[in-house]
Design a protein around this ligand. Structure first.
Ligand code: GZL
Length: 337
C-alpha cells in the first residue's frame, strides 16, 4: 500500500491525506461483480473459494460477491445491482441456462463486459467469454464407461435410476443428455430420473423413494454430483442395499471432489466423473486480455479426468477418442479440490 506523508501537516490532515491515498488506491482496483449459484455442494464451495482467492484486493480487485442461493430472481437482481454499482466486469454462474437475454442486454447497454463461468447461458450470446466444462461430454463419459465396465463384468442388463442435478441447469441438461444417448443406443432401461438439486439432502430424499418404489429392480444409480451420491449412500445403507465395486448396485457420480474420491477409494462410488471448479484463473486471463484490448476466446474448456479404482479402470472411447480411468491414490486425493 503506497503511503504518502507530507511534512508539517497535522496528524488529522495527514490521516485525511492517508484516507485520500487509500481511496485513490481503492479506485485503482478492478471492480468485479460475481453472481454465484449458491452454496449447495462441495463443488460450489471450491468454485467460490477459487474466485475469492484470485479476485482479491492484494491481486488488484474489488470483488462484490453475491451468493444467490439457487434463486434465479435473486441472481438477476444481483446482476442489476452490479450495473448500478458501475463495476468494471460482471461474472455470472447461471443457475439455469435460459431467461438471460434481457439482463445481458442491460449489461451491454451499460458497457459492462460479462464473463460466464461454469454453467452455460443458452438463450443469449451477449457475453464476452464462457469458462467451464462440457457437461454432455461428462454424461457421455459416464455412459461409455458403464458400457465398457458392464461388458468387462459380464453384466448384460442395465436398469438405472438417475438422481439429476438442478432442473434446467446446463450441468443437469448435459449430463442427462449424454448418459441418455448411450442408454438409448445400448438398449438400457432408465427406470426413473428425479432431481436431487445437487444437494446431499436431495440425493437422500430421492434415493429413499427409489429404494421403496424400485426395490430389487435396479443395478445402477447415477448421481449428477457427489453431494447427491453422499445422500443416496445414506438412503441405500438404511435400505440395506449394497453398492460399489463389490455391491449389488454400480454407483456413478460426477464432480470428483475430495470427499467423492475418498468414497471411490473406500469402494463406495464405482466411478466419479470430474467437473473442475477451479476456473477463476482462466476468468482472470480473460479479464487481463480485455484490459489489454485483446479479444478473448468465446469458450474456454476446463481439463477433467475420470476416476475409479483398478476394478473400474476399463478402456473406453467417446466419439472414437480413447479415454482412461485415473486410479485414485492418496496423492490424487491430497491434491484434489
Ligand atoms: C457443474 C456445477 C454443478 C456441480 C454441482 O459445473 O454447476 O453445480 O456439478 C454444483 O456440484 O452444485
Amino acid at each position: 500500500m503506497k503511503m504518502k506523508l507530507v511534512a508539517g501537516l497535522t496528524i488529522a490532515m495527514t490521516a485525511g491525506l492517508f484516507v485520500g491515498a487509500m481511496t485513490a488506491s481503492a479506485d485503482d482496483l478492478v471492480s468485479i461483480g460475481f453472481a454465484q449459484v449458491g452454496h449447495e455442494s462441495d463443488w460450489r464451495t471450491a468454485s467460490t473459494k477459487s474466485c475469492q482467492d484470485v479476485f482479491s484486493e492484494e491481486n488488484g480487485y474489488n470483488l462484490s460477491f453475491v451468493d444467490c442461493d439457487n434463486d434465479e430472481a435473486a441472481q438477476k437482481e444481483a446482476v442489476r445491482s452490479f450495473i448500478e454499482q458501475e463495476v468494471d466486469y460482471i461474472i455470472i454462474d447461471p443457475i439455469i441456462a435460459t431467461g438471460w437475454d434481457t439482463v445481458l442486454t442491460e449489461c451491454e447497454d451499460a458497457g459492462i463486459p460479462v464473463i460466464v463461468i461454469d454453467r452455460t447461458i443458452d438463450d443469449s450470446d451477449k457475453y464476452v467469454s464462457w469458462v467451464g466444462s462440457n457437461f454432455k461430454t461428462e454424461g457421455l463419459a459416464a455412459g461409455e464407461w458403464l458400457k465398457a465396465y458392464a461388458e468387462a463384468k459380464g453384466i448384460d442388463e442395465i436398469n438405472a435410476l438417475v438422481i439429476s442435478g438442478s432442473t434446467g441447469s446446463s450441468a443437469q441438461i448435459g449430463r442427462s443428455e449424454g448418459f441418455q444417448e448411450i442408454a438409448d443406443r445400448e438398449g438400457w432401461t432408465i427406470l426413473d430420473e428425479q432431481t436431487g438439486d445437487f444437494t446431499e439432502a436431495g440425493g437422500q430424499e430421492v434415493m429413499e423413494s427409489y429404494a421403496k418404489s424400485y426395490e430389487g429392480k435396479y443395478n445402477v444409480v447415477v448421481c449428477q454430483n457427489d453431494n447427491e451420491a453422499f445422500g443416496a449412500m445414506t438412503a441405500m445403507d438404511n435400505a440395506g442395499v449394497s453398492y460399489g465395486p463389490n455391491g449389488d448396485v454400480i454407483l456413478i457420480s460426477f464432480d470428483a471432489c475430495t470427499a467423492g474420491l475418498k468414497d471411490v477409494q473406500a469402494e463406495k462410488i464405482t466411478a466419479d466423473f470430474e467437473c473442475n471448479p477451479l476456473a477463476a484463473p482462466f476468468v482472470e486471463e480473460v479479464i487481463k486480455q480485455l484490459q489489454n484490448g485483446e479479444e478473448p476466446e468465446k469458450e474456454v474448456f476446463m481439463v477433467e479426468h475420470w476416476y475409479g479404482l483398478e476394478d473400474a479402470a476399463v478402456p473406453f472411447e467417446i466419439d472414437g477418442e480413447p479415454q482412461e480411468v485415473t486410479v485414485v491414490t492418496d496423492e490424487i486425493i491430497e491434491a484434489q479440490y
